[in-house]
Design a protein around this ligand. Structure first.
Ligand code: GLN
Length: 250
C-alpha cells in the first residue's frame, strides 16, 4: 500500500483567487505520479483537524476583505497547530494574501493593520498603486532546474524581508515583493512565500517537486524519480518568452 501524501488547504472558500487552486491540483497529482496516495484536507474557519498529518500547507491569495474574514481564525485557531507542524518539518506554500498574513503584519492602504502570525520574518504595507502583470524570477533555491519561476502578480502590498528570511529569487520582470528592492517572495525554513499567481505550480513543476521533496524529507523520504515534465516546461518556456516579449515592447 502506498504512503499517503497530505495537502492542507487553508481557507479554500475564501483565500483562493486568480486560479490558486491549480496549486492544490498540481501538488496532489504530482504526489500521485510520484507513487503516493494523495489526500486533501480542507482547513476552513473553525476546522483544525489533522493539521499534524499535513505534508504541505497551501495558503492562497485573497483581497483585503477575505484576509479580514480569515484573520481571527488564523490567529486564534490555526496559528498554533500550523507552527507546530512547520516545526516538525511540514512545508508551507503561501501566495500573496496568504503570504502577507504569515508575516509580522499586513497593513492595508487605508492604514488598517492586521498583526500576522510571525511565521516568517516579513512585513507588508499596502500602497496606492497595484502591481499587476507577468513576473519572471531568477530563483535562489537549491536544486531547481530551470532556475526561473514564472507567474503573474496582482497586489498592492509591499513586502519587505527581515534578516530571518531570504528572497525566493530576484525579479527579472515585474515588481515582486515591493517593486523597489528587486526581490520576490521569501524562503524561511520550510515556508515559501510568493506573489506569483498563475497558478504558480502547474507552470513551475520544479518548484512543486522542491516542496514535495522537502516535505517528504521530514519522514526520511524525499528522493523523487524525475517525471516527464515536457508539457509543463513548454508552458513555462512560453510564459517566459511572452513575458520577455512584452517587456521588450514597453
Ligand atoms: N489584498 C492583498 C494585496 O492587495 C493580497 C492580494 C492577493 O492575494 N492577490 O496586496
Amino acid at each position: 500500500m502506498s504512503q499517503t501524501f497530505t495537502v492542507g488547504w487553508l481557507y479554500p472558500d475564501l483565500m483562493n483567487i486568480y486560479g490558486d487552486r491549480g496549486n492544490i491540483l498540481t501538488l496532489l497529482k504530482r504526489a500521485e505520479w510520484h507513487g503516493y496516495e494523495p489526500r486533501l484536507v480542507e482547513l476552513q474557519r473553525g476546522a483544525a483537524q489533522m493539521m499534524d498529518d499535513v505534508d504541505v500547507f497551501f495558503f492562497g491569495g485573497g483581497q483585503d476583505r477575505e484576509q479580514a474574514l480569515v484573520y481571527d481564525d488564523l490567529i486564534e485557531i490555526k496559528q498554533e497547530p500550523l507552527e507546530a507542524a512547520v516545526a516538525k518539518g511540514s512545508v508551507v506554500l503561501a501566495v500573496c494574501g496568504g503570504y502577507q498574513l504569515l508575516g509580522h503584519y499586513y497593513q492595508t492602504a487605508e492604514g488598517e493593520r492586521f498583526p500576522g502570525i510571525g511565521l516568517i520574518d516579513v512585513r507588508t504595507e499596502a500602497g496606492k498603486k497595484r502591481f499587476i502583470g507577468d513576473v519572471v524570477v531568477d530563483a535562489s533555491i537549491e536544486g531547481v532546474d530551470p532556475s526561473t519561476l514564472v507567474g503573474f502578480e496582482n497586489h498592492s502590498g509591499r513586502t519587505f524581508l527581515g534578516v530571518g528570511a531570504r528572497p525566493l529569487g530576484r525579479v527579472r520582470l515585474g515588481a515582486g515583493n515591493n517593486g523597489t528592492d528587486g526581490t520576490e517572495g521569501c524562503v524561511q525554513g520550510g515556508v515559501v512565500g510568493t506573489y506569483l499567481h498563475g497558478s504558480l505550480l502547474p507552470k513551475n513543476p520544479h518548484l512543486a517537486d522542491y516542496l514535495i521533496r522537502r516535505a517528504l524529507s521530514r519522514r526520511g523520504m524525499g528522493e523523487l524519480v524525475p517525471l516527464d515534465d515536457s508539457t509543463e516546461l513548454a508552458a513555462h518556456a512560453r510564459i517566459l518568452e511572452r513575458a520577455q516579449q512584452r517587456a521588450g515592447e514597453r
